[in-house]
Design a protein. Sequence first.
Length: 73
Amino acid sequence: MRGEWGEFNPWQAPMGQATEPALTAMGVRVYRADTPEAIAETVRAAAMFAFSSYRAVAVLIGQRVIGAKRFEK
């Protein structure tokens, strides 16, 4: 997820705010993982839901997982 905590590019902020609501509005089931420890379990749960329900699923990985971005030339 761009445009969240620690984002260095202000143009990414609107996308970060709109991603989850836009996906939800399209009927996509959204799961979030905001810690490295939560990623595997979240992806597993999302996959199980997708395969058992035949619905579209997205897993959003929060920017805190990779830390604050730094712009370097």
